[in-house]
Design a protein. Structure first.
Length: 165
């Protein structure tokens, strides 16, 4: 890329800038500096153009450093999100593998028990009362409704006495 020589006037001072950037871009930059200097000179009419240029330069440097810090923070957050995504993907794959392994184990256990019927998996399993083993519920036995577990228990004499107090 050829080096461009661009003649600019900023803050009443003419200068020639050598740059690899295109002329419209450099002129927009000069215009932005000029606007900043004009704003600063209106805020303090007694400031010299050198002081105004220094304050404008400090302002642009401050913006630059804050932007760099924001970019670094965003990069760090993006890296963390990518790591979280990778971890989640790995965990999902492991869960799929574990689920498949468990399906195979269940099928093997059913085969050992001689439960080759397709609806054998729909029969609920109930823990035996004292035996510590599992038994299948009979079709006639009643399975308590889930919501019945939350029904109000019958009141005792003590509960009724507390209500009257």
């Amino acid at each position: 890329m050829s080096r461009n020589r661009i003649r600019l006037t900023v803050g009443g001072t003419e200068c020639v800038v050598g740059t690899d950037d295109n002329e419209p871009y450099v002129r927009r930059l000069a215009e932005e500096v000029q606007d900043c200097m004009l704003t600063l000179s209106h805020q303090n009419e007694h400031a010299s153009s050198a002081v105004t240029a220094i304050v404008a330069a400090l302002s642009f440097c401050d913006d630059y450093h804050k932007s760099q810090q924001t970019a670094a923070t965003l990069q760090q957050q993006m890296s963390e999100c990518m790591a979280d995504g990778t971890r989640a993907k790995t965990e999902a794959e492991e869960a799929k593998q574990e689920a498949e392994q468990l399906r195979q184990e269940v099928a093997a256990l059913r085969a050992r028990l001689g439960e080759d019927t397709p609806d054998a998996g729909n029969v609920p399993i109930q823990r035996g009362e004292y035996s510590g083993d599992f038994t299948r519920l009979d079709a006639e036995s009643s399975v308590p409704d889930f919501l019945s577990l939350f029904e109000e228990a019958p009141k005792t004499e003590k509960d009724e006495a507390n209500e009257h107090e």
